[in-house]
Design a protein around this ligand. Structure first.
Ligand code: KIV
Length: 266
């Protein structure tokens, strides 16, 4: 089991090996996905809506994320850990971005930072990478800007879609990003951008021709009764938990648990 480090992603792109990434928000999920061989764990700000019951990622605060990111970093032995900066913690200036990124890195043990946007945050990305912090970009549908984008809309369609996304991706690459997430981008555009960039692209709802894939783990493992069309359910964890809890309730109410082997007699 070799620790995944930042240079491995460029090597994987060069040899055509797909990069795998899943979100993780706590120690047990980090341990499970690390043991499964997932290359990168993303402490996504999707924890806001997926774990904390918020109605979007927008209300989440940096200091709310840090304990979760620290737990993931503790659980990851092999996987490379990337932590999101939440909305409002990097947009104002390069100084704000570096301050937030340093706080996340120091207090969580994450190995890289991700935040959303292209040319509009290129100065922030350059400042973060100049500070010695590995950076992963996020383009296409960017959930923190869902209000400005008019909701959850597929990106890259129409005239100028490719040119705008490519200009954003190149700006991130030139600012020192080591990878870029492409979310809900039409597949032919995502493929062309992946071919045009030296750094790897990690797709989510962006088709099969990006250099890697990322999914929100609750969608991928079947927690909850809904998942987006671009995701696939690889397990039925939510149902297994409900079945297990129902079995526990029945065993306690029926007097079968605890049994002798669970009991200290003296
Ligand atoms: O926060 C998150 O989970 C993400 C993924 C959707 C890429 O940014």
């Amino acid at each position: 089991m070799k620790k995944v480090r930042i240079h491995h992603f460029a090597e994987m792109k060069a040899r055509g090996e797909k990069i795998t990434m899943l979100t993780a928000y706590d120690y047990p999920s980090a341990r499970a996905f690390d043991a499964a061989g997932v290359d990168m764990l993303l402490v996504g700000d999707s924890m806001g809506d997926n774990m904390l019951g918020m109605d979007s990622t927008v209300p989440l605060e940096l200091d709310e994320m840090i304990p979760f990111a620290r737990a993931v970093a503790r659980g990851a032995e092999r996987a490379f850990v990337v932590a999101d900066l939440p909305f409002g913690t990097y947009e104002v200036s390069p100084e704000q971005a570096v301050t937030s990124a340093i706080r996340m890195m120091k207090l969580s043990g994450a190995e890289a930072i991700k935040f959303e946007g292209g040319r509009r945050v290129a100065a922030q990305v350059k400042a973060v990478t100049d500070a010695g912090i590995p950076f992963c970009g996020h383009l296409g549908f960017t959930p923190q800007s869902a209000n400005a984008l008019g909701g959850h809309r597929v990106q890259g369609r129409g005239d100028g879609g490719y040119d705008a996304l490519l200009a954003d991706a190149v700006a991130l690459q030139e600012a020192g990003a080591f990878a870029v997430v492409l979310e809900m981008v039409v597949a032919p555009i995502a493929e062309k951008i992946s071919a045009a960039l030296d750094i790897p692209t990690i797709g989510i709802g962006a088709g099969a021709h990006t250099d890697g894939q990322v999914l929100v783990w609750l969608d991928a493992m079947g927690v909850g009764d809904w998942h987006p069309r671009f995701s696939r359910q690889f397990a039925a964890v939510g149902q297994a938990m409900t079945d297990g809890a129902a079995a526990y309730v029945a065993a306690v109410k029926g007097g079968e648990f605890p049994a002798a082997e669970h009991t200290f007699d003296s």
